[in-house]
Design a protein around this ligand. Structure first.
Ligand SMILES: [Fe+2]
Length: 285
């Protein structure tokens, strides 16, 4: 049994420069909704995905994130990738987009990447549902009912879900062991070099790719795992603190109104948050 028993992978934290520039990218180009906004933080969610992105505005000096650290949304048909490319390219200036890549095919996938002005790439992908019959569980199950055109009219494409985030690692096998044996996550698939990790109860996942040259992110970029109770968070804190390897930084435990949480960086210097509450943590660290 894994050391942690998470109930879910519930949030991703995302760093940008300003909310005014970055939020319209999520809402106008990726069909997401802003479900809350306060000071330098906004909550962003796609209607088909119960995975909240907590967007933090860190100011003009927020570093650009490596391409290997992006989020991805999915469309239902491959022709929509080209439609999206046409529409987004046409509106590149309006949204101050740094780049829009040409549609490109990967293994079972077809996608474009949009460089948003907050220093991040966001992917729009089609993923061949036939891949599910090749054992790729990430190919299906991201929405029960597709968003109708009326919810995202006039673009020629409809992002139907937030499907994945990404992370980088040094060594695939060592990191996979950490995700499954320590964090209690599932391996949901993978290619020759990649691993898809996630929680069994939800379809979204994190693609982990080994990288030779790493550009470590700040704790403001992290994934949140929920455990059942505040005492479980305390147990996790104790357990991770006693590990001889696997945790490169363990930040202070925070306790408030009967809930508990903490942030740590793992063996690859990727940041995670362990919490007992569904309530998004608006603090950058
Ligand atoms: Fe991706």
């Amino acid at each position: 049994m894994a050391l942690l028993q998470p109930e879910g992978l519930i949030h991703g934290h995302y760093e940008c420069k300003t909310l005014d520039q970055t939020l319209p990218i999520f809402t106008d180009l990726f069909a997401a909704e802003v479900t809350g906004r306060q000071d330098d933080t906004a909550l962003v969610r796609h209607p088909n995905t119960d995975w909240t992105i907590i967007v933090h505005a860190a100011g003009a000096d927020a570093p650009d994130k490596p391409h290997g650290n992006h989020y991805g949304f999915r469309v239902a048909d491959h022709t929509e990738v080209e439609a999206a490319h046409a529409y987004i390219t046409e509106h590149q200036q309006q949204y101050c987009l740094v780049s829009v890549s040409e549609p490109a095919a990967g293994h079972f996938a077809y996608s474009i990447y949009v460089g948003e002005p907050g220093g991040n790439a966001i992917e729009l992908e089609y993923y061949n549902v036939k891949a599910a019959s090749h054992g790729r569980q990430i190919a299906a199950g991201h929405w029960d009912s597709p968003l109708p055109e009326a919810r995202f009219p006039g673009r020629g494409y409809i992002p139907q879900a937030l499907s994945h985030g990404t992370a980088q690692c040094d060594d695939k096998e060592t990191s996979n062991a950490f995700y499954t044996e320590i964090l209690g996550l599932d391996i949901m698939g993978g290619g020759k070099v990649s691993t898809y990790i996630g929680h069994a109860e939800s379809p979204w996942y994190v693609v982990v790719l080994p990288a030779r040259e790493r550009n470590y992110l700040r704790p403001i970029n992290r994934y949140t795992l929920k455990v059942a109770t505040a005492p479980d968070v305390l147990d996790a804190y104790d357990t991770l603190g006693k590990l001889s390897s696997g945790v490169t930084k363990l930040c202070d435990l925070k306790e408030d109104s009967g809930e508990a949480s903490f942030i740590f960086s793992d063996l690859d210097h990727n940041w995670w948050e362990i919490t007992s509450t569904d309530e998004p943590n608006r603090s950058p660290d």
